[in-house]
Design a protein. Structure first.
Length: 192
């Protein structure tokens, strides 16, 4: 795969490289990759996330399975009682006010049977960024926690009683293109 020389390579960290087979493009957002993967025309593409880019043009790439863009991941923070769970929920939603999350996500304060929990559910391709966001903001809970795609499936199947909910949005500096605008630019080696 031949990649183009980039001006300011560091600004591409966190974006994606797509190998189309006959050419490659650098600088796709996760939303753009997901849209391309949904089309039959681009079902064959190979996707790599840019984990680091150096001034000399070298990049650290990590392959990302196409199916990852169709999954939701979650983190579930369990509490001893409703009061503790409510505190966890309020701290998590407060963090999103002072520190923009890396992606859209939903937060639920829920009860399953006699168990209370705070659920954070987000697109799987942002797992590293969400973990870093929580760590950077010192989000901690007292009770047990679990995470992953299986935990999300179990949560949905449990038919949780949602006591409070909040939708988190990101203020991304990288606008994603959709539809015709995205398709018109897939042949460009540098997307941004």
């Amino acid at each position: 795969m031949n990649l183009p020389e980039l001006k300011e390579p560091g600004r591409y960290t966190g974006l994606y490289v797509i190998d189309f087979g006959d050419h490659a493009g650098v600088g796709f957002t996760a939303e753009e990759v997901a849209e391309l993967l949904e089309s039959e025309k681009f079902a064959h593409i190979k996707v790599y996330k840019i984990h680091n880019a150096y001034p000399d043009g070298r990049m650290e790439l990590k392959g990302v399975p196409a199916g990852r863009f169709q999954l939701e991941l979650g983190m579930f923070f369990y509490a001893a009682d409703q009061e503790q769970a409510s505190g966890d929920y309020k701290r998590l939603t407060s963090i999103a006010v002072s520190s923009t999350p890396p992606c859209r996500a939903k937060v639920h304060l829920s009860r399953i049977g006699d168990q209370y929990l705070t659920a954070l559910i987000y697109p799987a391709e942002y797992d590293d960024e969400v973990s870093l966001w929580l760590s950077d903001n010192n989000y901690e809970t007292i009770g047990p926690a679990e995470g992953g795609t299986g935990a999300v499936e179990r949560y949905y199947q449990a038919d949780a009683d949602i006591l409070a909910r909040n939708q988190l949005f990101t203020a991304s500096a990288r606008e994603s293109r959709t539809g015709q605008e995205l398709l018109a630019n897939v042949k460009s080696a540098v997307q941004r």
